[in-house]
Design a protein around this ligand. Structure first.
Ligand SMILES: C[S@@+](CC[C@H](N)C(=O)[O-])C[C@H]1O[C@@H](n2cnc3c(N)ncnc32)[C@H](O)[C@@H]1O
Length: 268
């Protein structure tokens, strides 16, 4: 069982201590988080076609990085998180960015309901923080908020062959397998139409990453000129992985996420 108040405190603490990363875990530095942000966003755009007449719901929005990226491409975004601190950071960023068609709401993923119908419902790294019953509640609620022909995108850590329960003190998570997730959605009439790792972590030579000047310069380039910088870092990472393959994937806390796209089997 997940102890939600304890977990919420943990996330609020993250928002207070790491506001610029608010919600992006498994990253050791600003460069990795900028790289990850761009790589995942690029991938997300291939998964769904955002249109100006769409309503989008994001559940587990953290500091709002996804909602702020999505909003300019759609009609309206509702973004939900159970941590007041995360929502505070997200609203602050919204104000700085001057984005109007975006509403941040403090609510639990299992309980949030709206009378709006959403063309895309995005669980953006949150289902792993719900126990099985609440995960089902969140999916059931999503079904009733989904517009006809709508799509659910999930971004969870489900790269291991077995279910893994993580309990590092206040940090708790249930890392489900792809099959578990798929069958949970199937219970509500969904079929899995896409599944792939959300991004491949950056891997640059360790000697470079200990030099703050190099990391700061690359982070700046990643934010200002994402396309060439991403390609450069990606090619360098492929080379490092090829020259020095990792013996096994990193452990539970530091794992990449997977994108899954679910659509109603009936297509309605
Ligand atoms: C891994 S972070 C992802 C944040 C954001 N989606 C991103 O990718 O940057 C998980 C987020 O889910 C939120 N969260 C965890 N459990 C939740 C729950 N039961 N209801 C609502 N939000 C929850 C946390 O507060 C945190 O902001």
């Amino acid at each position: 069982m997940i102890d939600y108040p304890k977990l919420r405190n943990w996330w609020s603490q993250q928002a207070r201590t790491l506001p610029t990363q608010a919600g992006i875990l498994a990253v050791d530095n600003e460069l990795e988080s900028a790289y990850r942000q761009y790589a995942e966003w690029r991938h997300f755009r291939q998964l769904v076609r955002l249109k100006q007449n769409m309503n989008v719901l994001e559940v587990g929005c953290g500091g709002g990085r996804w909602a702020l990226l999505i909003a300019p491409h759609v009609k309206h975004v509702t973004a939900v998180d159970f941590s007041d601190e995360m929502i505070r950071v997200a609203r602050q960023r919204q104000q700085q960015a001057g984005v109007a068609n975006l509403e941040f709401v403090t609510a639990s993923a299992a309980e949030f309901m709206s009378s709006l119908h959403y063309h895309i419902i995005y669980f953006s790294g949150v289902l792993q923080y719900l126990d099985d019953d609440d995960c089902r509640r969140a999916i059931r609620n999503a079904v009733s908020m989904l517009a006809p022909g709508g799509t659910i995108i999930d971004r969870s850590s489900c790269a291991t062959p077995n279910r893994e329960v993580c309990n590092n003190g206040a940090y708790q998570a249930i890392y489900r397998t792809k099959e578990e997730l798929k069958s949970m959605f199937q219970e509500f009439g969904f079929r899995l139409t896409y599944h792939s790792s959300s991004y491949r972590p950056m891997r640059l030579p360790g000697r470079l990453l200990v030099k703050p000047r190099v990391v700061n310069a690359l982070s700046w380039c990643m934010r200002q000129h994402p396309v060439p910088t991403y390609l450069l870092v990606r090619i360098a990472s492929v080379l490092v992985n090829w020259l020095r393959p990792l013996p096994q994937p990193p452990s539970c806390f530091h794992r990449s996420h997977d994108f899954s796209r679910f659509e109603l089997a009936s297509g309605s």
